[in-house]
Design a protein around this ligand. Structure first.
Ligand code: F6P
Length: 356
């Protein structure tokens, strides 16, 4: 059996742990296995450059952050556009897959990666996808690997910010990653004890946020911690697309929603504010114990599917079970926080303000 692997899109903790689980399952259960990797996501497959990966290469990879194969974002939309030589990236990938004689290609990635994986399937390649992203926004799976590690990091940051804010009686805004979906902000905000949580899915009202700050101090709090999702938007901005919002903010000299909010809160409430952007700290570093277990389950299950000849699917978590979805059913679809769902309500009913 000859299989290939690639990691595509923004990285996260656990990519190496998943590749290790796939490899160890195959080495343990299949007599003759050859594994190759493609560097820099689909770019490596487009170039047709396969890197041999031996069993020893996977040892010790369980806890290593990032991806040993490297990754890039290769936009799905460009895959079928002819390049200078007249051939498409898709055609080059299919040709490389066939020339290398692969029995299966494992693609570790998010929604965009799955869309390209579905294209490869439609061309007759055997593909198995694995759901990666700190955003936890892949449709059809309860959870993605890398998400809980990022939650741990962001929740810890919120806790740390709280102690310094208490010392100074400040209102601290912490920007958490997640442009389209607010899962990471929601979970980290709850776990980190944030007083206000602002998500892309719930446009916020400035008056409501300022009122929460004022009321918090009036109730005796020494600080207010606000978790702001990267893609959070004011209610007045909600009708506009993200790009349009960014354009308008830039025109007004505001770099991010977090910075704008910090200035408005200080001006209207008199509270001293500071803003912190957590950024890539949330994506780097080693996977948490939870993610190491999840990665091992997902990777091992993907190898089982490969051994059983079940292709054109992506591995998923449903309840406490590992399962799979047909790639065309989930490719390009996202999973968002339900503004009226149980998790938001649980937080709201304990006094967290969502700016509505
Ligand atoms: O991978 C997901 C993510 O981290 C988002 O949360 C964030 O908006 C985006 O990627 C950042 O992308 P880039 O790595 O291209 O800066």
């Amino acid at each position: 059996m000859k299989v290939g692997m690639l990691t595509s899109g923004g990285d996260c903790a656990g990519l190496n742990a998943v590749m290790r689980a796939i490899a160890l399952n195959l080495y343990t259960n299949v007599k003759n296995v050859e594994i190759v990797g493609f560097r820099d996501g689909y770019a490596g497959l487009i170039r047709g450059e396969a890197v041999p990966m031996r069993r020893a290469d996977f040892e010790g990879m369980l806890r290593v952050g990032g991806t040993v194969l490297g990754t890039t974002r290769t936009p799905f939309k460009l895959m079928s556009v002819p390049e200078a030589d007249g051939s498409t990236r898709l055609a080059k990938m299919v040709a490389a897959y066939r020339r290398l004689g692969l029995d299966c290609l494992f693609t570790l990635g998010g929604a965009g990666t799955h869309r390209t994986a579905a294209l490869l399937c439609a061309e007759g390649c055997n593909v198995i996808g694995l759901p990666k992203t700190i955003d936890n926004d892949i449709y059809g799976t309860d959870v993605t690997f890398g998400f809980h590690t990022a939650v741990d990091v962001a929740a810890d940051a919120l806790e740390r910010v709280r102690t310094t804010s208490e010392s100074h009686r400040r209102t601290m805004l912490v920007e958490v990653m997640g442009n389209k979906a607010g899962w990471l902000t929601l979970y980290a905000g709850i776990a980190g004890g944030a007083d206000v949580i602002l998500l892309p899915e719930i446009p916020f009202n400035l008056d409501k946020v300022c009122a929460a700050v004022t009321q918090g101090y009036a109730a005796g709090k020494r600080c207010i911690v606000i978790a702001v999702g990267e893609g959070a938007a004011l209610d007045s901005e909600a009708p506009f697309k993200r790009r349009e919002r960014v354009f308008v903010r830039t025109e007004r000299g505001e770099t991010t929603v977090t910075q704008h909010l910090a200035e408005v809160i200080q001006e209207r409430t008199g509270a001293e504010t500071r803003a912190t952007v957590l950024g890539y700290i949330q994506r780097g570093g080693e996977p948490s114990a939870y993610d190491r277990v999840l990665c091992t389950r997902l990777g091992s299950y993907a190898a089982q599917l490969c051994r059983a000849g079940r292709f054109g699917v992506t591995v998923a978590v449903s309840g406490n079970r590992i399962t799979f979805n047909a790639l065309p059913d989930i490719a390009g679809k996202y999973k968002f926080v339900d503004p009226n769902g149980e998790i938001v309500r649980a937080a709201e009913e304990t006094g967290v303000c969502f700016g509505r």
